[in-house]
Design a protein around this ligand. Structure first.
Ligand SMILES: Cc1cc2nc3c(=O)[nH]c(=O)nc-3n(C[C@H](O)[C@H](O)[C@H](O)COP(=O)(O)O)c2cc1C
Length: 353
């Protein structure tokens, strides 16, 4: 299977399959209405600082594609939407491109449409430090996402099944590039144990990419007409739980990106309440730009932001960060999760991070 063919199939099946069947579990989290919010809409500020740069809105269009001329158009459209909105964006994996010296134009097009925006490069944890730096240079990137995707590789027929040495190599990549490195999942989530192992090596930026949205085991299975068992069809850590884990171990200096199945303003508000610095959205954006165009993607984020402001007004939170200290009520399986992990339910309902 040629890499360029695989890139097209990922887009095709991501669009066809949509989200799930796993769930984010944000439905188990409820805000408490504040009848005295003491806030004026003019007090609300959605902008955030990330890697020393300003985002007008606290969003990221996360990694999708690149590597062949056939998908350059997707990166061009993502770049236009991100530029128009003043939000961050990432390209899809550049590993094949830097390894084989092909497909650079499909990534470089991003800087044509988004010359000054916050752009993340993206590479496999198998890359050499020199390949990783080449990926950064290709985009004049502000940071580098290193993706961790064992479940995807497992169900990809041609995938790499040797999962040894990736943490060590990720550290080598971090030491070999001149921008911050973000440890990123691709839809199966990061658990507390792995946040801590990454933190022990000095990694401070994370993209949890949990369960509930784009489902790579399902995409890989569909590519080969394989049926997944119920267990593997929903494999991974729901985004809400992966965020709780991140919130437990991340401090002021860490960056925590929430992603995986985040589609509505309610989920965005809850992601910020659970400790996110920025919210990443991919699947629905891909669908919008491919089916309806750049303007539709821009309208989607503008609408999400307007609705987010309503949540913040009713909760008395002037910034996304202020949502971390509004009270939330947990229910359902998320209470079980909190109990099993030994977290303090009452503390977690008052404050996250
Ligand atoms: C077609 C497609 C291709 C993707 N390719 C990559 C990739 O190359 N590298 C990566 O880190 N994540 C990749 N992702 C994963 C997304 O960046 C994101 O983590 C995941 O889709 C979860 O977010 P969502 O539920 O909002 O879609 C891809 C997603 C889609 C839909």
């Amino acid at each position: 299977m040629k890499r360029s063919q695989r890139k097209l199939e990922h887009i095709k099946y991501a669009l066809e399959l949509g989200d799930g069947p796993g769930r984010t579990h944000f439905k188990d989290i409820r805000f408490l209405h504040n009848c005295l919010p003491e806030i004026n809409p003019a007090d609300i500020n959605l902008s955030v600082e990330i890697f020393g740069k300003h985002l007008r809105l606290p969003f990221l269009i996360d990694a999708i594609t690149g590597g062949t001329d056939a998908v350059a158009d997707v990166n061009a459209k993502v770049a236009q939407a991100a530029e128009a909105l003043g939000i961050a964006m990432a390209v899809g994996s550049q590993y094949g491109a830097v390894r084989d010296g092909v497909g650079y134009a499909s990534y470089e097009v991003v800087r044509k449409y988004n010359p000054d925006g916050v752009v993340f490069a993206n590479i496999s944890a198998l890359a050499t430090p020199a390949q990783a730096q080449e990926a950064v240079k290709m985009l004049n990137a502000n940071a580098l996402e290193v993706h961790l995707n064992p479940a995807q590789e497992l169900f990809m027929l041609e995938g790499d099944k040797d999962f040894r040495g990736l943490l060590e190599n990720l550290v080598r990549i971090r030491d070999g590039v001149d921008v911050p490195v973000i440890a990123k999942e691709t839809g199966c989530g990061i658990a507390l144990e792995e946040y801590k192992r990454l933190q022990a090596e000095g990694i401070t930026c994370f993209d949890c990419a949990g369960v509930g949205g784009t489902n790579f085991p399902a995409i890989e299975a569909a590519r080969y007409g394989v049926e997944l068992t119920t267990d593997f069809a929903a494999w991974g850590i729901p985004t809400g739980w992966s965020l709780l884990d991140g919130s437990i171990c991340c401090g002021e200096k860490d960056l925590l990106i929430a992603s995986g199945g985040i589609r509505s303003a309610s989920q965005v508000a809850k992601a910020f309440a659970l400790g996110a610095d920025v919210v990443g959205i991919t699947g629905v954006v891909l669908s919008l730009i491919q089916n309806s165009g750049v303007e539709a993607a821009v309208a989607y984020f503008e609408d999400l932001s307007k609705q987010l402001v309503n949540y913040m007004l009713l909760l008395g939170a002037p910034t996304p960060k202020a949502l971390r200290s509004v009270p939330v009520i947990y229910s359902g399986e998320t209470i079980n999760y909190i109990a099993n992990r030994g977290y303090d339910l009452v503390n977690l309902s008052k404050n996250r991070r």
